[in-house]
Design a protein around this ligand. Structure first.
Ligand code: GDP
Length: 442
């Protein structure tokens, strides 16, 4: 589908860089650019961009003829010098020549509508642009290159195979034949379900990579939590003081360790009561802790052993099975702790911090088998959950001897949900929602 209106946008967001790129896409893209730059058949040309008789800038023009372009339409990219005056004038003149200002994400939306990429790949473009760490980049790149789509396609094929067996039976409805052994069907559904379940479970990892792996540092007042946080963040965001229970502003910060983004959750609530052990039970702190993928329990090496064993026991009872607990003895410069800990550090001098960083990134590797396909998108997660639920209905249907047509309808429902991930099934609202979050020019 080639759109009749040609869209134009500045694809360097601020226009303040050394180069500003303006992108055009649509049926008249070449005609419009030819009004401003000498007409040439070259794919790549150097020329003068004119507005009437006046030369605005010397530019490089790339022409991508349909269908071999990002959007599948005729696309033109013009590189200007990055002056905001030049770029604004150029945009104005291109609009006067017939282009229309692009909506957010409209180039990628056109690429999707023209079958250049499916919906999950289009969403990965946004993730790629937003990526801040090596791990995030890797996941977005895998999805953009169609890794996730391929998995969904395989699943759909399995389900279609299943549906066709059932539907074949329906064609012979009168004769009461069963082409598919019910036990085989159940095995097939179970196989697909476990596959979908794996993808659902990968979201915990995927989301952690995207939002930052949530880490809670907890411990008694004065254990050195702020000092440790500062050291890990390499700045002075947290307030360090000798006064126990110093009130702090909410501290939540992000740092990248070994290519993985970590998000430290504020658990200042633990400080708020004077009885430390009781304080460990403060509901709010536990709630915070429950959001964490990793809990670091930090204590002062000089503290009593019995007290710590109790706290650690308590903690283990509170956190979920998937949450990793790392026990860390601090202030090893002034005391050698006899208490068993995963690590001994001195937060103040930085001793042992590299080991702690290593431990943090290792934890993440342990929690995920590093399979290439990881769900990072909430929309995909919802669709997978709905697929799983429809499959469960089908499975129960087989067990209770549900009629073939009802069974087929459950399978179609699961196919519908899977198809919504890659965009085989879409609505205007859904597209508006997805592409509206892109920036203009992408
Ligand atoms: P928080 O209450 O757990 O956040 O503890 P702070 O980070 O505010 O630290 C309490 C006190 O312990 C401060 O005076 C820190 O300078 C000190 N401190 C923190 N880490 C170390 C360490 O590794 N060695 C020594 N000697 N003192 C430390």
């Amino acid at each position: 589908m080639i759109f009749h209106d040609t869209i134009v946008a500045l694809s360097t967001p601020s226009g303040e860089g050394a180069i500003g790129v303006i992108r055009l896409s649509g049926a008249n893209a070449f005609e419009i650019i030819n009004r401003h730059v000498n007409d040439t058949n070259e794919k790549l040309s150097f020329g003068r961009f004119r507005i009437g008789e006046d030369v605005l800038d010397e530019v490089i023009v790339c022409r991508f003829a349909s269908p071999k372009s990002y959007t599948g339409e005729d696309v033109c990219e013009i590189s200007f010098h990055g002056s905001s005056y030049i770029l604004n004038r150029a945009m104005e003149s291109l609009i006067e020549s017939g282009a229309r200002l692009a909506e957010p994400g409209e180039f990628t939306q056109r690429a999707f509508l023209n079958g250049k990429m499916d919906l999950s790949q289009a969403e990965a473009v946004a993730d790629l642009i937003a990526s801040e760490s090596a791990a995030e980049h890797k996941l977005a790149m895998h999805q953009m290159r169609g890794g996730f789509s391929k998995e969904i396609k395989t699943l759909r094929e399995e389900l279609i195979h299943f549906a066709s067996l059932i539907e074949l039976e329906l064609d012979f409805g009168e004769e009461d034949v069963e082409f598919a052994q019910r036990s085989d069907l159940k095995a097939l559904i179970e196989k697909i379900q476990s596959y979908v379940q794996n993808l659902i479970e990968s979201f915990r990892f995927g989301n952690a990579i995207k939002q930052g792996v949530p880490v809670a540092i907890i411990g008694k007042p004065n254990a050195g939590k702020s000092t440790l946080l500062n050291a890990l963040l390499n700045d002075d965001k947290a307030i360090v003081s000798d006064i126990a229970g110093t009130t702090r502003d909410s501290i939540e910060d992000i740092t990248t360790i070994n290519g993985i983004k970590f998000r430290f959750i504020d658990t200042a609530g633990i400080r708020e009561t004077s009885d430390e052990i009781e304080a460990m039970g403060v509901e709010r702190s536990y709630a915070k802790m429950k959001q964490a993928a990793i809990v670091i329990y930090l204590f002062d090496s000089r503290d009593e052993q019995s007290e710590h064993l109790k706290i650690i026991e308590d903690l283990k009872g509170q956190i979920s099975a998937e949450t990793a607990l790392i026990t860390v003895a601090n202030k090893s410069d002034i005391s050698v702790s006899s208490i068993k800990a995963d690590l001994k550090i001195a937060a103040k001098s930085g001793h042992g911090l590299n080991e702690l960083r290593q431990l943090l990134s290792n934890q993440l590797k342990l929690t995920h088998t590093q399979s290439d396909t990881v769900v990072t998108n909430t929309r995909h997660l919802q669709a997978l959950k709905a697929t799983h639920a429809a499959l469960r209905k089908a499975f129960e249907g087989i067990e209770t001897g549900l009629s073939g047509d009802l069974l087929a309808s459950d399978i179609r429902e699961s196919l519908h949900h899977l198809g919504s991930i890659t965009g085989e099934i879409t609505t205007e609202d859904l597209l508006g929602n997805i592409f509206g979050k892109f920036c203009i020019g992408k």
